[in-house]
Design a protein around this ligand. Structure first.
Ligand code: CTP
Ligand code: CA
Length: 224
């Protein structure tokens, strides 16, 4: 964004954002993925850039396009790629926001050749991926760290556990309970919970509005 007079509130702030799904290879032509569109992360990136922030957007495969000069776009494929990209930038940023739907498990080995349909049943062995957000929480110094949580039961309790486990300053709890909220939809039903466990349920909102609410939390934190 043009900020000739230097008046935009987040001018000089660097924000790292993860977005989209990850693709975990099975063989040269197949992967394990998920339905994340990347929209939430991209909306946060655009809202942040509009307020003058310098944004680094690390995203898994998506059809979305970056529409601002203030955003450095870092496309990645797997969770491992995303981990490496995040750690490359983290020390240098003021805020990090993990909106990506990172695969929790990946195939333990990747077949060199396309797997042929020789057997009647096929079992894939999976191993846990590294939790990128948790690894950033362990490294955190001055950074304001924001995560998301998707839960289907004991939502608030599980989200609070994630705040502790990942050393977060704020978590955005996503509810699937309401019609229209979640993957591939234009709206989200979220609850903000901070490190002191202050809990603020929100109305069903567009992802653009949720993105703006997150940016407003960041502005509050920096008193701008
Ligand atoms: N996350 C991450 N790296 C992973 C898994 C999750 O950075 N390997 C981040 C997500 O981007 C999100 C937060 O951690 O900000 C919570 O993701 P979620 O899937 O809700 O929780 P998990 O910790 O993966 O636990 P579970 O899926 O078992 O609920
Ligand atoms: Ca998960």
């Amino acid at each position: 964004e043009k900020d000739i007079e230097g008046k935009l509130p987040l001018r000089g702030k660097k924000i790292l954002i993860t977005a989209g799904p990850t693709y975990e290879a099975i063989d040269p032509v197949r992967f394990i993925g998920n339905h994340s569109s990347g929209k939430m992360g991209f909306d946060i990136a655009h809202a942040a850039a509009k307020e003058g922030a310098e944004v680094i957007l690390v995203s898994g495969p998506t059809h979305l396009k970056v529409q601002s000069d203030g955003i450095t776009f870092v496309p990645v494929v797997s969770g491992r790629d995303m981990y490496e990209a995040c750690h490359k930038y983290f020390d240098d940023v003021d805020v990090a926001i993990a909106a990506a739907a990172v695969a929790d498990y990946r195939p333990k080995t990747v077949a060199d050749q396309k797997i042929k349909k020789n057997e009647e049943n096929l079992t894939l062995e999976l191993e846990k991926t590294t939790d990128i957000l948790k690894s950033l929480g362990e490294k955190k110094k001055h950074q304001y760290l924001i995560g998301f949580a998707l839960e289907t039961e004991n939502e608030i309790e599980h989200a609070k556990q994630k705040i502790k486990k990942k050393n977060l300053d704020l978590i955005v709890l996503n509810s699937l309970n309401d019609k229209g909220a979640g993957f591939g939809k234009p709206t989200n039903k979220v609850t903000f919970i901070d490190a002191a466990f202050n809990t603020e349920p929100q109305e069903l909102k567009s992802k653009e509005q949720v993105a703006q609410d997150i940016i407003n939390k960041i502005k509050t934190r920096y008193n701008v």
